[in-house]
Design a protein around this ligand. Structure first.
Ligand SMILES: Cc1ncc(COP(=O)(O)O)c(C=O)c1O
Length: 420
């Protein structure tokens, strides 16, 4: 008989295998100081491009005050228990009502985390005769939700509406053959890696030909897209066609928690059947009150979104002018595509951090194909022109070094945190 633990320590997985050299630097780095455009990393101040603090709310004085006052008044315990049993409050219901109104839906339900919220929603609303049609680049939480789904699922090529239609034809044929069940299409408002918006309008238009319900994960669109910041549905003029609208509070709201908005009867159904909320403690009061304050600022301070976009467009324009490939982004998420191995990518990141004081995240194999590197830059409303200019200069110089082969190393540099 094998021992599970023995097997695990023989293979730590594609990223875990580098942990002895990477931990605390390339993976699990520790950023210190106030969350902002510049933070400290290993004792040095860096321009940070890794945080989804899009609107700069993380350290907004009104937000900090609301968080502090609610913590002082309620602590982290209140309310105790799951919402259904003993953990409900007027504040929870107020936040749900405000989110629903903002998203122009009848009702909304709060979730403790987006990841488990989406998984559990899929589990709650889809039965074994239902078919799920989803985008190939859907976030891990959607993929894990599919793992809970006992019925069929069909994937369509990323943002390919023609293929989505093909999968809808297959799904419809299956439902007709079964003579029972329905179809749920799942996609995203903004794909967080490449920054391209989901083709929501075109997918909604498919409702003229097919019967289905549409669930959109708009984690990166909420607060950043649309006239009022209501997200990708608002930006594309098709919010009405989105049956279930989801966002986390972990990005624009710089907090914890998430919500799903939709028709009252369906949100009520989810409320009484979503296992991850029914069998878990409700969001503590400081999170709920803190999120009410964030939502108020998101709604009433359009200048935050405007500054975010000014910065994003300046960064994206500057990169393009310098010959960088930033792909198909039509959101503020700014990927920079380069070619090189994992080792080269880490050596380049080290140069960026140690010599240029730029902190950004890299994505390498096995998340993307071998030989490719993606730098993922997240502009925010608190970045400055100086941050952008310094970053563009650093990127131009390090790219030259990459092309010249200066970063060719045989192993990932050993930058692991050494504990005494
Ligand atoms: C697209 C998307 N959906 C869902 C989640 C999960 O949300 P949470 O962090 O609230 O669990 C994330 C990441 O935060 C995300 O990027």
């Amino acid at each position: 008989m094998g021992d599970i633990f023995e097997r695990l320590v023989k293979n730590y997985g594609p990223l875990g295998q580098h942990r002895e050299r990477a931990h605390g630097y390339f993976a699990f780095p520790k950023l210190d100081g106030e969350i902002s455009n510049r933070m400290n990393f290993r004792g040095k101040e860096m321009i940070v491009w890794s945080l989804n603090n899009y609107l700069g709310l993380a350290n907004h004085p009104d937000v900090r005050k609301a968080d502090a006052d609610a913590s002082a008044q309620y602590g982290l315990a209140t309310p105790m228990g799951a919402r259904m049993m003993s953990g409900n409050s007027d504040y929870h219901e107020q936040l749900e009502a405000e989110l629903a109104a903002f998203e122009e839906k009848e009702d909304a339900i709060l979730m403790n985390y987006g990841y488990q919220g989406i998984m559990s929603t899929i589990d709650a609303i889809c039965g074994r005769h239902d078919v799920i049609v989803y985008d190939a680049e859907a976030h891990a939480c959607i993929i894990d939700g599919l793992r809970l789904h006992p019925g069929h699922r069909y994937v369509f090529k990323h943002n390919d509406v023609e293929d989505c239609e093909k999968q809808l034809e297959r799904a419809t044929a299956l439902i007709e053959k079964q003579n029972t069940g329905g179809i749920l299409v799942i996609t995203e408002g903004v794909f967080g890696m490449a920054g391209d918006q989901g083709k929501l309008k075109e997918i909604v238009e498919l409702k003229a030909k097919f019967d289905f319900r549409l669930l959109v994960d708009d984690a990166h669109g909420f607060g950043t897209l649309g006239e009022r910041g209501a997200g990708a549905g608002e930006a594309q003029g098709c919010q009405d066609g989105i049956d279930l609208y989801f966002s986390t509070f972990a990005k624009s709201m710089a907090s914890i928690g998430a919500f799903m908005a939709g028709p009252k009867v369906i949100i009520d159904y989810i409320r009484y059947n979503i296992r991850s909320q029914i069998f878990a403690k409700s969001l503590p009061m400081p999170f709920v009150i803190g999120n009410l304050k964030r939502l108020e600022l998101l709604r009433t301070k359009p200048e935050l979104k405007n500054t975010l976009w000014k910065n994003a467009l300046k960064l994206q324009q500057g990169l393009k002018e310098r010959g960088f490939d930033i792909g198909k982004t039509d959101s503020v998420v700014t990927p920079v595509y380069m070619k090189g191995g994992v080792e080269e990518a880490t050596a380049m990141v080290m140069d960026l951090r140690e010599n240029y004081r730029i902190f950004c995240s890299i994505v390498v194999y096995p998340v993307i194909p071998k030989g490719h590197i993606i730098y993922r830059l997240i502009p925010t409303a608190v970045h400055t022109d100086k941050d952008i200019e310094e970053t563009l200069k650093a990127f131009s110089e390090t790219k030259e070094k990459l092309v010249a082969g200066n970063y060719k190393v045989s192993m990932i540099p050993d930058m692991a945190e050494k504990k005494a």
